[in-house]
Design a protein around this ligand. Structure first.
Ligand code: SER
Length: 624
């Protein structure tokens, strides 16, 4: 089965079980400043897991674009990816464990024809400290499901230490708890989470994964990373929320299932790594052609070809998103830059001589995916222009930079094998080497980099350039300041009002403030009625009339999230953020400034409501 068919079969299957299929949300989160990228299928679903109603109902499924930059260093092995597609289904207070387990097993075994003998599962083993017991309910359901296939499924604790002992269901602790923050102890207040049950596919003991792995001295068990068992999906029983009092039940019990498409395709296509599937085949072949190397020629070549294919696929999706971001030195842009440059360096290692070659790979990616993700075709020129520019820029300095690096290695070898921060900064600024690339190259030469020193230099440099731009812009802003500050506070009230009147799905999509008017874009599927507009306007004016103090508190991004502050802009947040509160009305992460009291705004009037693109409305408002 081709990957396209597998993806579709999953969606069709979930549809047959009453799910509404929704499109993937953007890879660049629109209203969640806590992460640069959408990192899981559930991330865009958090509001609904917390109790908001989803406009499409209680059963939702999709294939979500996801990106995790934590995995960059691991790329090149059989299964790790930075970008991946996550097949997902959700029950928002509808069906629960029984249906989920039965259905997903039906999908694996009947639809994809996976051998049930090769499927193993893990369940939550309980934690006395947080007062949540082992998941006996899931175990009983699993036993019945396996039994239907003639398999007696034994459940066992301690497989890490004692091995598998013919078991089929294994209890783990924090490994079988899912929240965006990880283990229960790591969750901030307000974060939803719950026990989960993961499913693994056995690639076979005969493949000697275990013997060749760093874990060879440990007994074999399904959650080990040796490569024999591969996780194919995770059923999260999302029924708790962390609060000051500990773990409380959410109003509704939810299901959050996620399974990585690439791994599922790999098993279905009978491969032992994701790169030999049809998802990568065309781009891998192109890299082989450009370099004149074969993918299994040597370990180094395998790794280099995979890194190039993987990184260039990821940047295609990040740049090709409808909120697409090109290479730069900040936020998502920096990741794009780092991935492109890393791919180019590995291309050089492989001996690719041609100029501007990365676009040939990216074109393959666009072709392979455009029938599913049409935005890639739509944004093709943005992707290719940015890629070419970046490649040209880096090509100019790469050769000199590599020469310089060799000199550094020779010189610094005597200096405790450590490249100092200033030198790393010079490589960054003059030759365009991302710090992670310098670190990687240093490691290849058994050296280290003083990363702290590098960041100190970077900070010093940034402060200098910021001081420069501050001077430049000061004059223009000053005279309108008071009026714009009022508008700014009104914008917070407006967002809160829209959410109250129209629903929790409303998120800010952009704002533009001049001294004369406020223009505010937000997500909403249809025209807003006169009456709704009036209610929103009244909401804002009521807050103004009540003369409420506008207060500000600094906190970590996590704390802000936990106290349910709205996040509006998805970039430029450091570790600490300011949260502006208008008690009873609004709470929002924002750099400010704001008026001290809502009465300062005076009065608020909506002057216009119109469409501003698909699913986006625009409101213009003035202060009176
Ligand atoms: N949220 C879970 C995960 O990302 C399941 O969707 O693994």
């Amino acid at each position: 089965m081709k990957s396209k068919e597998i993806r579709q079969k999953y969606l069709d299957f979930m549809k047959s079980k009453g799910h509404v299929i929704v499109p993937s949300a953007s890879l660049i989160p629109e209203n969640d400043p806590t992460t640069l990228f959408t990192g899981s299928g559930m991330q865009p679903m958090v509001p609904y897991l917390l109790g908001e109603t989803h406009p499409d109902g209680k059963r939702i499924a999709d294939s979500q674009k996801a990106f995790r930059d934590v995995d960059i260093e691991n790329i090149g092995d059989n299964t790790h990816l930075t970008f991946f597609e996550m097949l997902g289904n959700w029950s928002f207070g509808d069906y629960f464990k029984k249906e989920q387990i039965e259905w997903i097993f039906e999908f694996w075994t009947r639809v994809l024809k996976f051998d049930p003998q090769k499927i193993y599962v893990s369940v939550y083993g309980g934690d006395a400290e947080i007062g949540i017991e082992k998941d006996s309910e899931a175990v009983e359901i699993w036993k019945k499901v396996f039994k239907k296939h003639g398999i007696e499924a034994k459940d066992l604790f301690d497989s890490q230490k004692k091995g598998m002992r013919d078991g089929r269901i294994f209890y783990y602790g924090d490994d079988n708890w899912w929240s965006r923050a990880g283990a229960p102890s790591k969750m901030p207040n307000g974060e939803p989470g719950g026990p989960d049950s993961e499913m693994f596919f056995d690639l076979g003991a005969d493949k000697k994964f275990h013997e060749n792995s760093p874990f060879k001295d440990q007994p074999c068990h399904i959650n080990c990373d040796c490569g024999r068992f591969i996780e194919i999906g995770n059923n999260v029983f999302m029924e708790f929320v962390k609060t000051q009092k500990g773990f409380e039940s959410l109003a509704k019990k939810n299901i959050d299932f996620g399974g990585g498409l690439e791994r599922i395709v790999m098993i279905s296509q009978n491969k032992d790594n994701v790169f030999d599937t049809d998802l990568f085949d065309n781009s891998m072949k192109k890299i082989e052609e450009l370099s004149g190397k074969k993918r299994y020629e040597s370990k180094e070549v395998t790794k280099a070809i995979r890194i190039i294919a993987e990184h260039l696929r990821s940047v295609t999706f990040i740049m090709g998103d409808n909120n697409g971001v090109g290479p730069s030195n900040t936020d998502q842009g920096y990741i794009v830059r780092r991935l492109i440059r890393r791919a180019i360096r590995y291309g050089r290692k492989l001996g690719i001589k041609k100029d501007l070659w990365t676009k040939e790979i990216v074109q393959k990616v666009i072709n392979d995916y455009k029938s599913v993700y049409s935005e890639l075709e739509k944004n093709k020129s943005f992707i290719l222009d940015n890629l070419n520019q970046e490649e040209k820029k880096f090509a100019k300095t790469l050769k000199k930079g590599l020469k310089k690096f060799k000199e550094i290695v020779r010189k610094e070898e005597a200096d405790n094998y450590k490249i100092n921060g200033r030198v790393a900064f010079d490589l960054y600024q003059t030759y365009g080497f991302p710090i992670e690339m310098t670190e990687e190259m240093a490691a290849e030469n058994d050296m280290e980099v003083d990363a702290k020193g590098f960041y100190k230099e970077l900070k010093r440099h940034k402060e200098l350039s910021r001081a420069g731009s501050e001077k430049k812009f000061k004059g223009g802003l000053a005279d309108n300041q008071e009026q714009t500050v009022k508008m700014h506070t009104a914008a917070h009230l407006l967002l809160a009002g829209l959410q109250k009147i129209l629903g929790g799905h409303v998120t800010q999509r952009g704002a533009n403030i001049t001294k004369d008017r406020l223009r505010f874009d937000f997500s909403h599927p249809k025209k807003i009625t006169e009456e709704e507009l009036k209610q929103v306007e009244d909401f804002v004016n009521e807050a103004i009339e009540k003369e409420i103090p506008v207060t500000m508190k600094e906190m970590s991004v996590k704390e802000a999230k936990a106290c349910q502050a709205q996040g509006v802009f998805d970039d430029r947040y450091g570790n600490k953020v300011k949260v502006y509160s208008i008690k009873g009305y609004s709470k929002e992460i924002c750099g400010g400034p704001h008026v001290k009291n809502t009465k300062k705004i005076g009065g608020f009037k909506i002057s216009k409501e119109q469409s501003s693109g698909a699913g986006v409305r625009r409101i213009k408002a003035v202060l009176i």
